[in-house]
Design a protein around this ligand. Structure first.
Ligand code: ATP
Ligand code: MG
Length: 319
């Protein structure tokens, strides 16, 4: 029988972590665990405390209080050992303008004393083969980020931290970064990702923690979060007759008018959809088409962070 040590199960353990910057409470008593081999996404709006938390785990910033360990090592005590086991893509990564992709990876592998770095393997993993002779300044945003991911891997780390790797990228470049991240997961790396794109978290993450104003407001797999926080079906009726709104309202639902004569209704059960359609038909009213779907992570995120969102944009909570 294989005995799982705490290290084998838990790659990161954060217990009651708090970080203050003077009067500003940037991270407020958060706890979570990241398991080996998973993609863990920290999803939150600007100023929520994502970078602060990640950089504490990376040993770069110091916690105000709480206990944080990585691979069983205390991040405030084992900095040297920890940095050898992790890879980091910082938010707004940049590098030397006139140095080529290959030279950049070679340079960082020397800098981090990684004589055995597999430069070709990294170029391939980041899908940069065609660009290996290109200078940094000529790379698009997506290519720069992929190079940043390759650099984060020069020491063959167990855990890779990526702080908003796709912010500001166009949808296609974002997808190309996602492919690289899925490649990392296949290699068995544990990935800690921060993002404010729900689509990204929903697509890539095994576990999502939603952080808002320094606190974790929900945590679980994307499916669990949706099930727990948005357990309904969203019915859209397109190009409805004027009377449809009233018909649905009289049935006890709460329809909402949308543009193009559409109405949207939240229902708890698929049977409710059938009831609504029958009642509309019996009343001799009509609509052009309909759409029924389960809510996505975006709706959960907006529901949980809705009130806090505007204050977050203004930056943290002063206490
Ligand atoms: N070194 C610092 N000194 C003072 N305040 C800071 C410092 N770093 C961050 N803050 C503040 O702490 C709060 C959390 O910032 P943090 O950068 O951790 O958020 P974030 O979730 O990464 O945001 P973004 O999505 O904009 O990157 C913000 O209000 C920010 O202005
Ligand atoms: Mg940040």
């Amino acid at each position: 029988m294989q005995i799982l040590t705490k290290e084998a199960e838990h790659v990161i353990d954060v217990e009651k972590l708090t970080k203050r910057y003077g009067d500003l409470l940037a991270v407020n008593d958060i706890s979570f665990t990241v398991r080996k081999g998973e993609v863990f996404a920290f999803l939150g709006p600007n100023g929520a405390g994502k970078t602060t938390t990640v950089e504490i785990i990376e040993t770069i910033r110091t916690p105000t209080s709480g206990k944080v360990s990585l691979l069983g090592m205390d991040v405030t005590k084992k900095k040297r050992k920890i940095v050898r086991r992790i890879g980091v893509l910082p938010q707004e990564f940049s590098s030397f303008d006139r140095i080529t992709v290959r030279e950049t990876i070679q340079y960082y592998s020397r800098l981090f004393n990684c004589r055995n770095a597999d430069i070709d393997g990294l170029i391939e993993l980041a899908n940069l083969k065609d660009k290996s002779k290109e200078q940094f300044k000529n790379l698009s945003g997506g290519l720069k980020q992929r190079l940043g991911i390759a650099i984060a891997l020069v020491n063959n780390p167990d855990v890779v931290f990526l702080d908003e790797p796709t912010t500001g990228l166009d949808p296609r470049a974002r997808r190309e970064v996602w492919d690289v991240l899925l490649g990392l997961k296949k290699k068995g790396k544990t990935v800690f990702l921060t993002t404010h794109y729900m689509e990204e978290a929903e697509l890539l993450a095994d576990t999502v923690a939603i952080i808002s104003r320094g606190s974790i407001v929900a945590m679980g797999s994307p499916e669990e979060l949706i099930e727990r926080n948005a357990n309904y079906l969203a019915l859209t009726l397109q190009s409805v007759d004027e009377k449809v709104f009233e018909i649905v309202q009289k049935m006890g639902f709460e329809p909402v008018k949308a543009n193009h004569n559409n109405i949207k209704v939240r229902v708890q059960h698929p049977d409710d959809v059938q009831k609504i359609l029958n009642t509309i038909k019996d009343a001799g009213a009509s609509f052009l088409s309909l759409d029924v779907r389960k809510p996505n992570l975006e709706e959960v995120f907006l529901k949980l962070t809705g009130a806090a969102l505007r204050e977050d944009l203004a930056g943290g909570v002063a206490q």
